[in-house]
Design a protein around this ligand. Sequence first.
Ligand SMILES: Cc1cc2nc3c(=O)[nH]c(=O)nc-3n(C[C@H](O)[C@H](O)[C@H](O)COP(=O)(O)OP(=O)(O)OC[C@H]3O[C@@H](n4cnc5c(N)ncnc54)[C@H](O)[C@@H]3O)c2cc1C
Length: 520
Amino acid sequence: MKTDFLVVGSGIAGLNFALKAAKYGKVTIVTKKEIMESNTNLAQGGIAAVTRKDDSVQLHIEDTLNVGSGLSNKRMVKILAEQGPEAIRNLLSFGVAFDKAKNGLHLTTEGGHSMARVLHSGDSTGKEIEHAMTESVRENPGIEVFEDCFAINLILVNKGCIGAKILDIKKRKVHDVFARTTILATGGIGYIYQNTTNPEIATGDGIAIALRAGARIEDMEFVQFHPTTLNKAGAPHFLISEALRGEGAILVNDMGTRFMLEYDKMGELAPRDIIARTIFNELKHGSVYLDIRHKGRSFILERFPMIHKECLKYDLDITKELIPVSPAAHYICGGIKTNEYGETSISNLLAFGECACTGVHGANRLASNSLLESVVFSSLGAQKAEQYLKNKLGTLQKQKETVFFDIEPQELNYLKTELRKALWDYVGIIRKEKQMGLMLNKLERLKARLAVIGKNGINTRFLELKNMVTVAYLVTKAAYTRTESRGTHYRQDYPTTDNKNWLKHIYLEQTNDALHTHCC
Ligand SMILES: Cc1cc2nc3c(=O)[nH]c(=O)nc-3n(C[C@H](O)[C@H](O)[C@H](O)COP(=O)(O)OP(=O)(O)OC[C@H]3O[C@@H](n4cnc5c(N)ncnc54)[C@H](O)[C@@H]3O)c2cc1C
């Protein structure tokens, strides 16, 4: 198959690029499950942008840089904040319905923001965005969507990307799709951890695919752990949005004592890493709860209908009861290194959204900046779409065929559970050299075992696990290398921030099967 733009992934980043690039050429979207299945669809709190008169781009920049703990790219942060209002106009043009207030759109606040600037749609902002964009994509004759199609690897000629190998999961066939430009918009990696807010699709495929192709991968040690996810036996780690704290919910311990102000003057609105670590430590002595009861039933039902409904499924009425919470892996600040147009270190390969590392988050992400980042940079990337039409369409002569094979699921499931638990225990919220060393050894063993299992062919379960092991290795290697604590990365053996030696990034590259670690 041939196309102008091959977009891998149907979250906010992939759909936004597709809608914009379709003005210039044929767009083909492949996505590994149904179109709506994505991290985007689960986003609750909202999208940050400067939309009120008493706010300013400069304040948004400062808030983002403060949370980024010295490693955010200032130029990219400036672009992000400046382009924020345009990104919101863009979403409104697709029919996204944000909540309204008397004088315009309703704005809320979240941790790290010095004022209310988060637009939202109840507590289901992502679903509203994903739905509106999916509708626009379906109506656009220039865009074809192939669901249940899994990107395995990129096709490269002379170190340039000419397309990707795609597994049609239902037909069990691998196809070569040739494109003038290939776009990775495959989302996050949260599912490599046992406890996560992310859905099963978040296995880091795009980052692993790009690494195998030789792309530069940066800032992988900075995994953001969300402080408040539901902590109830039998329930998933469902996200209890930061917006609850933004609207006045407080954190209390078993004794009913509010504790966050003892650790940070911003209290419940301190940056996520500080709250996550504080809760993690409090949990060693007993349970931790969020309390929003004082806001009243009608407010809670109107502002957080989805969270209220979801918790009721697990016998918890948040209008009357405390919400037991614990942290879980939530977001990867690093990824495939890109510039503001999504261009990577490989020609004709772009990356947008959570799988990309634009540098705006640095060592930690300001709440609600990720949906914004996805829209801003995929829109800028699409501005070059016309220019990419000049790229030649590739054809490949001889290559080894990739074969579909029904690999028994039992061992793969066992290895996946082992990987996710070990990563949570050894490279989680609090990290130490010894545990990370053990994890690197474990990952080498898992890699070797998968090489044997994969000798007969591939299936999706196998491909995802292989990617998870690759990405877990990148996270562990980078975290092991950074001998300091900064942002989301906390080392018990190096608990302080070391600006003298570590005001720099770690990036990883693979050449001829060997992984190289560099600092810059
Ligand atoms: C519970 C939750 C709440 C959040 N709340 C907020 C919030 O309020 N505000 C905010 O700014 N951010 C929030 N985030 C983060 C934000 O949602 C994500 O960073 C953002 O949606 C990422 O968008 P994306 O397009 O990059 O990836 P995604 O939306 O995850 O989409 C990735 C797509 O790629 C596809 N894909 C992956 N691998 C392959 C493959 N090998 N082949 C084919 N297709 C593939 C997936 O199926 C999916 O369609 C939240 C995240 C979660 C999990």
